[in-house]
Design a protein around this ligand. Structure first.
Ligand SMILES: [Zn+2]
Length: 396
């Protein structure tokens, strides 16, 4: 039995192209997308659709690709919301390292993991191949060169994914340069062969130009963690700068530096950070003035800076995340042949209001699909995610 969705379909084709199909159809068989198109073409595709469960969406419903969280710390879950008046290194010492050290008690570990990662068991039961082993040096300061070299070898030997942190906080960067006597942070990982096309680095707020070039050359991507970067006062990560240099970027909640488990909230945080960055570049703040550009070129670059829009942020949460995790051959959008990971969004339930005044001359709000997407992105929450599909199987 497969699924046949009929109605509004939304997915990213690229960073700048969001495809919105007002009256579409999408067919799923054996967990994979086998057809997508305009509903008027449906009779040409299959005369007999009786072997599919047909899901007809209302005008206030649409399907989106599943959201992808590129960076989260399950063991930090009990600390969510705590210590966010501190910067990174103090927060690590006061909250995170003490919490993580409690996992040496296996009873405590079993208690928290049962709560936090019970979903992994659920996903395993789905018989998904989307779970893979990932080498995780915590960050350079908690490793020595020997450990990182060995991890680099292990990753190479077994062709494993790698994840770690980079250039999150200025104090951290200064400490890394001093401890490893390195010209910059990225070179520390690179000399241990940890920067690979299967490596994703969280944060990258303060990466220097040559480090970004190195990431591009190695095919290494970045997980943008806007909530955490704001909470721990790490800085404003310029996602557009990374993307312009050819580095793939996805979104991360970074629990518990980040304070919300939702990627939808993270989309909004990413948009906020991008707008704030734009203000810093341009706004003449009364009483304090604007940030003075270093030279004419910088002045021009600042003036021409355009912050991210909601379509681009939605891309980061879906196809961008898939690219950053090397999964875009399988997931990230609704291309035929990909696995069907999807959310069925309904904006006609709390907390989004739909305005249908039914008064002559006054139009309904929202009027069209693009407006419905905006309503969801800016005001929705999990109540508006009425169904969730992973590899074609309903999990909500
Ligand atoms: Zn992290």
């Amino acid at each position: 039995m497969g699924y046949l969705f009929v109605g509004q379909i939304v997915h990213s084709k690229s960073f700048d192209e969001l495809e919105v199909i007002d009256n579409g159809f999408l067919a799923v068989e054996n967990g994979k997308i086998i057809a997508i198109g305009d509903a008027t073409q449906l009779p040409n595709w299959r005369k007999d659709t009786s072997k599919y469960e047909v899901i007809r969406m209302t005008k206030n419903q649409f399907i989106l690709p599943g959201f992808i969280d590129c960076h989260i710390h399950a063991p930090q879950m009990p600390n969510i919301g705590l210590g966010l008046n501190m910067e990174l290194l103090d927060w690590l010492k006061t909250y995170t390292f003490p919490m993580e050290s409690q996992y040496k008690d296996s009873q405590f570990a079993a208690y928290v993991y049962a709560k936090v990662v019970a979903f992994i068991e659920g996903i395993k039961a789905l018989n998904s191949d989307l779970i893979s082993v990932t080498i995780t040096p915590r960050f350079a300061l908690s490793c020595d060169e020997y450990l990182m070299n060995e991890l680099g070898k292990l990753a190479k030997e077994h062709n494993l994914n790698i994840q770690t942190h980079i250039s999150e906080n200025l104090g951290e960067i200064a400490a890394v340069k001093e401890v490893f006597r390195a010209p910059n942070y990225a070179s520390v990982y690179d000399s241990a062969n940890l920067l690979t096309p299967k490596c994703i680095l969280a944060h990258g707020v303060h990466l220097e130009d040559e480090e970004i070039d190195l990431l591009k050359a190695r095919g290494t991507s970045v997980a943008h963690c806007p909530s955490s970067n704001t909470n721990l006062q790490s800085g404003l990560c310029d996602v557009l700068r990374l993307r312009k240099a050819g580095v793939a970027v996805g979104l991360g909640t970074d629990i518990s530096g980040g304070s919300n488990v939702s990627i939808l909230t993270t989309i909004r945080d990413a948009l906020g950070v991008s707008h704030h960055l734009n203000f810093v570049k341009k706004q003449n703040i009364k009483g304090t003035g604007s940030v003075t550009p270093q030279n004419e070129l910088q002045k021009k670059v600042n003036e021409e800076y355009v912050p991210m829009n909601y379509k681009q942020a939605l891309y980061l949460a879906t196809l961008g995340g898939a690219e950053a995790l090397n999964l875009s051959q399988k997931i990230g959008n609704f291309e035929v042949g990909k696995e069907f990971d999807a959310l069925l969004i309904d904006i006609d339930v709390d907390p989004i209001d739909v305005y249908t005044p039914n008064v002559e001359g006054i139009k309904d709000k929202p009027e069209n699909l693009e407006e419905r997407i905006q309503k969801f992105i800016y005001t929705g929450d999990d109540r508006n995610i009425s169904r969730v599909f992973v590899k074609g199987k309903p999990v909500k």
